[in-house]
Design a binder for this molecule. Structure first.
Ligand code: KE4
Length: 426
């Protein structure tokens, strides 16, 4: 008799901290026990309890073509015929690098790694090595993975579990990270003025996806770009989540801003472990084996992950699904807004293409403080109401929602019905 989610969770709790391998999966902020998934296809997850869920997490971003897409499966199977890992350069890495450089004109050279955390951690080390400066600027609520220098006022699971400043990060490390409010040009100018000649880089999620979904005010990104240039700091766009999702060339294509370095992940691995960072060749050439900044990885450029990512990117190139994904996002947004209006319930539904989030607040959400004004109790009731009806949203108010091309038709229509039904009953 196959194990149920409850039976699996009971076993997991004995051996894995919190019963999960990543904190946000634990449902701690929404309550209840997490379900276990045994398979996923298209827009649907099938749980260990044989319950089918329409999935708006999309494994936190990678599944832009839906889960278990036949073309990605076939690409992995073909690569698998030749082995799983060589620890040497392989042809897939070159094709992946050529695709990334083609989609992102700001990226002249790129290095593959195995997670978004590795990508951002390596990018800030490279910026420090290149500029010979130690301090970095990040923004409250932005999440860039769990490396020490970046787990300061971080979003995502850190914020969800109320520890944006993780224990275990030495104060000496934290002192090198200047945290500023997002969407506040004056605060950025003041941050640079207070640390003259000391800022190696500014790293930001140009569109934030780890404090809910928040977009920059008009002109903000241009201000950040100009300030970095003025003060000799490198501008790093963390596009681990938005790269290939907001547009083929990410936020930087849509906003026409050129960062000095870009971090990527998620979609470029087609669901397998991956990360990448790249940008100006003069900066990237500081990386070993050419330069003095060390960075490495046993499975970096792994043939299976590269094959899966190449298939995913090739489909984006052929299908160019961004207008379709934005139509789906607008359908979802409009359904939630209409239901909330009929109910007299204040709600914000920021959305761009296939990224969105739902904040139960009358105040437009533009930074961490306004995101935290969302009514967490209402969000929890909404989350469970949807889950009970077969729709799975991220189990935290501080995450973005994701759509895939597989949501078109039945899945999005059913989900919009559920959103309306649940909001009516709140
Ligand atoms: P990973 O190390 O989890 O591959 O990537 C870290 C990362 C870096 N930058 C951005 C903008 C990210 O969104 C992420 C990871 N995103 C979270 C979702 N909010 C991953 C989910 C999780 O932590 O379980």
């Amino acid at each position: 008799m196959p194990s149920t989610s409850d039976q699996l969770f009971a076993r997991a709790l004995q051996l894995i901290p919190g019963g999960v391998n990543s904190p946000v999966r634990a449902f701690r902020s929404v309550g209840g026990a997490p379900f276990f998934v045994k398979s996923a296809h298209g827009a649907t997850l099938t749980t260990a309890d044989d319950k089918e869920l329409i999935d708006f997490v999309c494994t936190w971003g990678p599944a832009i073509h839906g889960h278990n897409h036949p073309r990605i499966k076939a690409a992995i199977a073909a690569a698998l015929e030749n082995g799983t890992s060589f620890g040497t350069p392989n042809p897939y890495e070159v094709e992946m690098a050529e695709l990334i450089v083609k989609f992102f004109p700001s990226i002249q050279k790129v290095r593959m790694c195995n997670s978004g955390t590795e990508a951002t951690m390596s990018a800030i080390r490279l910026a420090r090595g290149f500029t010979k400066r130690d301090k970095i600027i990040k923004f409250a609520g932005c999440y860039h993975g769990h490396s020490d220098s970046l787990l300061i006022k971080a979003g995502s699971g850190a914020l969800t579990h109320g520890n944006p400043d993780s224990a275990g990060v030495p104060a000496s490390f934290a002192r090198e990270t200047v945290v500023l409010p997002y969407n506040d040009p004056a605060a950025l100018d003041a941050g640079f003025a207070a640390n003259p000649g000391q800022i190696a880089c500014v790293i930001l999620e140009a569109y934030c996806g780890n404090v809910g979904f928040i977009m920059p005010d008009p002109g903000y990104l241009a201000h950040v770009r100009a300030a970095c240039t003025k003060h000799g700091a490198l501008l790093i766009f963390d596009e681990v989540m938005t790269g290939f999702r907001i547009a083929k060339g990410g936020v930087q294509e849509r906003e026409k801003i050129t960062p000095d370095l870009t971090c990527l992940g998620k979609i470029i691995g087609g669901g397998l472990p991956v990360g990448a960072f790249g940008g100006r060749a003069d900066v990237m050439n500081y990386l070993a084996p050419l330069g003095p900044v060390y960075q490495a990885g046993t499975l970096s450029g792994n043939p299976l992950a590269m094959a899966a990512g190449i298939a995913s990117l090739r489909m984006l190139e052929e299908l160019n699904p961004y207008a379709r994904l934005d139509t789906l996002g607008r359908q979802l947004r409009d359904a939630v807004l209409a239901a909330a209006k009929a109910k007299g319930l204040p709600v914000q539904v920021p959305q761009c293409g296939s990224m969105f989030s739902i904040f139960f607040t009358p105040t437009p959400v533009r930074d961490l403080p306004t995101a935290m004004q969302g009514d967490a109790k209402v969000f929890t009731r909404f989350f469970h109401g949807c889950l009970d009806r077969g729709v799975y949203l991220a189990p935290s108010a501080y995450e973005a929602g994701f759509l895939s091309t597989a949501h078109e038709g039945k899945a999005i229509d059913r989900a919009c019905e559920v959103f309306a039904e649940v909001i009516k009953g709140l």
